[in-house]
Design a protein around this ligand. Sequence first.
Ligand code: APR
Length: 175
Amino acid sequence: MQKDPDNWHSTIKLVMADITTLEVDAVVNAANNSLLGGGGVDGAIHSAAGPELLEECRGLCGCPTGEARITRGYGLPARFVIHTVGPIWSGGDNGEDDLLRNCYRNCFALAELHDIKTIAFPAISAGVYGFPMERACRIALREMMSYLEKKNVDVIAVCFSKRALWCYQVALQDF
Ligand code: APR
């Protein structure tokens, strides 16, 4: 279906929510290289999904930064969890932007492979990993929009704070 360039905004939804409550095909987890859980959204997803998620993750033997892996959602309302490992911010001159870009691209590649029609992303790397929120939102939106130019899916940018929501809203004005 040809996308109407004037209203692709409508297929990116900004929501303030706990990502573990969303009934979508896939939620994206901002994981670490071990894929064995942690704090933040990683901790929330693992505690909501239950121990079977960790069991499946153990079998994946980790994930390099910028790549993504997919598991079932178990106790989550989401069918799948796409785990991706964002870059740790170290000033911006060590390829952090490219690695974050790769996170979104690799999550979308897995979404396409598994015919996922609704996918919810947290602000990858913008928490513990220290990536500046404004910068992370712009990278996220650019990748979401380029995926939506070729695919008719629902993409949800999940904000866990008013500041995150504001950053996304401001960034959207520039597109
Ligand atoms: N739902 C949606 N968003 C959430 C939730 C939640 N339940 N919990 C946290 N967030 C938001 C944070 O507010 C932040 O904006 O997700 C974004 C990413 O923050 P982190 O979870 O800290 O992830 P990240 O910055 O990528 O750091 C990853 O933190 O938890 C550990 O194991 C994880 O080592 C890894 C590191």
